[in-house]
Design a protein. Structure first.
Length: 124
């Protein structure tokens, strides 16, 4: 039953929630979600051991023309890199490593979502 007074959760938010849960299961510690750094945003900032991962989450419904990760454009990568540099400038730690991860989610209306983690998906 759908409750008429309940607003549906947007697809992107559902994907970010699933991604955060998935990363926790893999041993990541979530530092921040929807981090605004200057004019840019990083969906999830998480730590895995001695590495901080700046995570972009892409969520799509099944049947799309391209997989979710294909929607990360050159411009989006540039924005993520700029946001990552701002984060590092505000939180300097010479012992820490940094990388950019992508979580791609195909989320069917019913059934199990398909979640793929791409560690170190791209470089600065």
């Amino acid at each position: 039953m759908i409750w008429p007074w309940r607003k549906p959760v947007p697809l992107g938010r559902q994907g970010e929630d699933l991604a955060a849960r998935h990363l926790r299961k893999l041993g990541y510690r979530i530092i921040e979600r929807n981090a605004v750094l200057g004019r840019y945003e990083i969906d999830i900032i998480a730590r895995e051991g001695d590495t901080v991962a700046f995570v972009e989450v892409k969520t799509r419904r099944p049947g799309g023309l391209a997989p979710p990760e294909a929607n990360i454009t050159v411009k989006k990568r540039l924005h993520l890199v700029r946001a990552g540099k701002l984060y590092r400038a505000r939180n300097p730690d010479p012992a820490m490593y940094y990388r950019y991860d992508v979580v791609a989610i195909v989320l069917p209306e019913r059934g199990t979502p398909e979640i793929t983690l791409y560690r170190d998906a791209f470089r600065e």
